[in-house]
Design a protein. Structure first.
Length: 231
């Protein structure tokens, strides 16, 4: 009887220790301030990073055919650019094989990473169809001012860091006012967000092993589609 009690007590202690070692549920989300041209990354409601951004030079809104940045709550619908080098040029959401340095003269393509957003409210229901992204830009010198064509631009370094911390489904809130005042996170749980699923209706990108164990993406020329959205 005494031995059974000891075993039961030991089991309770082990279960308590495992529960104590388990990290809490991680909820990463983003708030973008149009007024400040900044983005804050939150983890369980606390600040873990702030980045400068650029929203649309044409103002705010979600009307089709307009190059404006939508307000309100959106969610990460797709992520494109896993393992692409910084400065990798994307056309129609496909890596072209070209790599640009920051502020390349006369060039303004989408580079490095694409975080495609889907509206969660009637006021931004066209966001996905309008191809509203958070993405890298070659024109890094313009970051911090509203200069985009509807999307939310970041430097290649910053969008790479953000991409790795935002899973598909994470909420992105765009507000016209200043960023919320929140405490800094006391403990930051780093994790690599899972890759996005293959985009519906497209030919999957082929992968071949490289020498360093990572994967290299190749693009089929016949799979390119016209991109109707903004940058």
């Amino acid at each position: 009887m005494f031995r059974s009690s000891l075993l039961g007590f030991a089991s309770i202690l082990c279960a308590s220790a495992l529960q104590a070692q388990s990290p809490p549920e991680i909820k990463n989300e983003v708030v973008v301030s149009v007024r400040e041209q900044k983005l804050i990354l939150l983890q369980n409601g606390a600040k873990i990073a702030t980045y400068p951004v650029s929203t649309s030079k044409f103002g705010l809104g979600d009307a089709r055919g307009k190059m404006t940045t939508p307000l309100g709550a959106m969610a990460v619908a797709q992520k494109i650019g896993d393992h692409a080098p910084q400065g990798a040029v994307f056309h129609n959401r496909r890596y072209t094989g070209e790599i640009l340095p920051p502020n390349a003269p006369g060039r303004d393509p989408i580079v490095t990473r694409i975080i495609w957003l889907r509206g969660l409210q009637p006021s931004n229901s066209n966001a996905f169809a309008r191809c509203i992204y958070i993405h890298g830009t070659a024109e890094e010198r313009t970051i911090g001012r509203p200069v985009s064509y509807g999307c939310i631009r970041m430097t290649s370094k910053d969008v790479t860091a953000l991409y790795s911390q935002l899973p598909v489904g994470a909420v992105v809130q765009v507000v016209p006012d200043k960023l919320p005042r929140v405490p800094n996170a006391k403990v930051i749980y780093h994790y690599k967000a899972p890759d996005a699923p293959v985009e519906v209706g497209r030919t999957p990108v082929a992968h071949s092993p490289s020498q360093n164990g990572r994967t290299k993406k190749s693009v089929s020329a016949g799979s390119r589609l016209k991109r109707p959205g903004s940058a």
